[in-house]
Design a protein around this ligand. Structure first.
Ligand SMILES: [Zn+2]
Length: 121
């Protein structure tokens, strides 16, 4: 299924968690991938919006009329956020695999000699 703008339909569950918002009592919001502004969508379509909101003569954003299929609920989205936050926390706390510690400092020649019990001059 394609959108009004000719692009493929976006699945809400495939949108990065920080680029979608589904408030319980308001219309959902999506960060438009083209102009990076938050847009609401109605009846599965992002409403038409200017590419540069600050300019009166701005052309229409190519992300307008993007079809978005909401395949998760506000509760599911919140749970995914909590899960992702916990996951990020776990990664941040765990020691990294393949992380190399600084190599041991090589002792100086006289220290090696002293350790071997070499005769001193
Ligand atoms: Zn846009």
């Amino acid at each position: 299924m394609t959108s009004g703008n000719g692009r493929r339909t976006l699945l809400a569950s495939r949108i990065p968690l920080d680029q979608i918002s589904i408030p319980k009592d308001r219309s959902p919001l999506l960060l438009c991938p083209d102009c990076r502004t938050w847009q609401s969508w109605k009846r599965g379509l992002i409403k038409a919006h200017p590419l540069r909101p600050n300019q009166v003569t701005s052309p229409k954003c190519p992300g307008s009329h993007q079809r978005v299929l909401i395949d998760l609920t506000a509760d599911q989205l919140r749970e995914m956020r909590v899960g992702a936050a916990a996951h990020a926390w776990t990664i941040a706390r765990s020691p990294r695999e393949g992380y190399q510690q600084a190599p041991p400092v090589v002792p100086a020649i006289h220290q090696i000699a002293a350790a071997r019990g070499a005769p001193k001059r």
